[in-house]
Design a binder for this molecule. Structure first.
Ligand code: ATP
Ligand code: MG
Length: 334
């Protein structure tokens, strides 16, 4: 049985290996995923504009639409219905992901589309997923951005965990916040599950979870504490492994200062109840320019480069490419 490597930790046991995604010279490609659990919160908007910003700075970027069934990244980029899609790769009609790369109107930015795919993300088989993640490393790019689509299927969570930077998109609505907690909690448990075989904790976790109520486990934080109580060394190893799980939050469609503060509230709930450190990347205001640009099939950053919306994007973008810049005050800038 082999151990599959993923960027945010060790993955399921399997007969095939996923190697770390590094270039031949040893320089790493950065994989960024944009998820969030809920539909319609701006994942595609963020993935597309982030990709364009990186490409305009001379980085070679590949955007991958993993929102199979609801793929629309191509439209956001002004690309007509692509002839080749992920289906061709998943069904082995082509060998490499590079065979289904599509040029976009933007220099340095290419796309792998899931448009009109007959597949649904939840139905991708385990080996198809392994083959996909393995082939990511053969793509020639500086940044690979995964537009994850809604939901918390194991496949979506695995793509999120396979990335170096996992972005979670939140809109200031109770339903979105609820879904975000579910997404982060599910990803945490999925990562722990993936680490069980390497850390040899499967039996221990199963035993603890069997008596979950008696053991007082209602959050990931309770589980970590109980593992530590049961065996301190193992508890420390698990905590260390899980510390690399640090989702980055973007609050989208913000209309007020209260909306901005939701980001801080979500962050502190994740720390207090889940024991998960998140990082707030910032916020993006609600702006009608978004639908105006979508109607024109032109990315908002190209259609309205001098808008307030794009300065929001710029601030978030700077924090992504330079993690030393932190979102601290959180005041809504007008
Ligand atoms: N900051 C914003 N201001 C105004 N409208 C926005 C903003 N962000 C997203 N939208 C609008 O919200 C809708 C959903 O955006 P988008 O398609 O990016 O979300 P999504 O999370 O990818 O959705 P899905 O889960 O369906 O893939 C779009 O119609 C878009 O125009
Ligand atoms: Mg989308």
């Amino acid at each position: 049985m082999g151990v599959i490597f993923s960027k945010q930790g060790l993955n399921d046991a399997s007969s095939e290996y996923i190697q770390p995604v590094t270039k031949d010279g040893g320089k790493e490609r950065v994989i960024i995923s944009v998820g969030g659990g809920k539909g319609g919160v701006g994942k595609t908007l963020i993935a597309a504009n982030l990709g364009i910003m990186l490409a305009r700075e001379g980085r070679r970027v590949i955007l991958i639409d993993l929102d199979l069934g609801g793929a629309n990244l191509h439209t956001c980029l002004g690309v007509d219905l692509p002839k080749s899609t992920l289906s061709d790769f998943m069904q082995k009609d082509v060998t490499n992901l590079s065979d289904i790369l599509i040029e976009t109107p933007i220099n340095n930015l290419r796309l792998i589309s899931g448009a009109q795919d007959i597949l649904d993300i939840a139905n991708i088989k385990y080996m198809q997923k392994v083959r996909f993640i393995n082939k990511l490393k053969e793509l020639d790019a500086d940044y690979i951005i995964l537009d994850l689509g809604a939901g918390t299927s194991f496949n979506t969570l695995d793509f999120f965990l396979a990335s170096d930077i996992g972005i979670v998109t939140i809109v200031p609505e109770p339903t979105s916040i609820e879904n975000v907690y579910r997404f982060i909690k599910s990803a945490f448990y999925r990562k722990l599950k993936n680490a069980e075989s390497s850390l040899k904790i499967k039996k221990m976790v199963d035993d603890i979870m069997k008596n979950r109520i008696a053991n007082g486990i209602s959050t990931p934080s309770d589980l970590l504490k109980k593992i530590e109580e049961t065996e301190q060394d193992i508890g420390e190893a698990v905590r260390k492994e899980m510390a690399s799980f640090s989702p980055k939050l973007i609050i989208n469609m913000v209309r007020s200062q209260t909306d901005v503060e939701i980001g801080h509230a979500v962050s502190s709930v994740c720390r207090k109840y889940f024991g998960i450190e998140t990082e707030l990347l910032g916020y993006i205001e609600y702006d009608n320019l978004v639908w105006q640009s979508i109607r024109k099939k032109n990315p908002v950053i190209l259609e309205f480069p001098n808008s307030k919306l794009i300065s929001d994007f710029n601030r978030v973008y700077k924090r992504i490419i330079n993690p030393n810049i932190r979102f601290i005050d959180g005041a809504l800038e007008r």
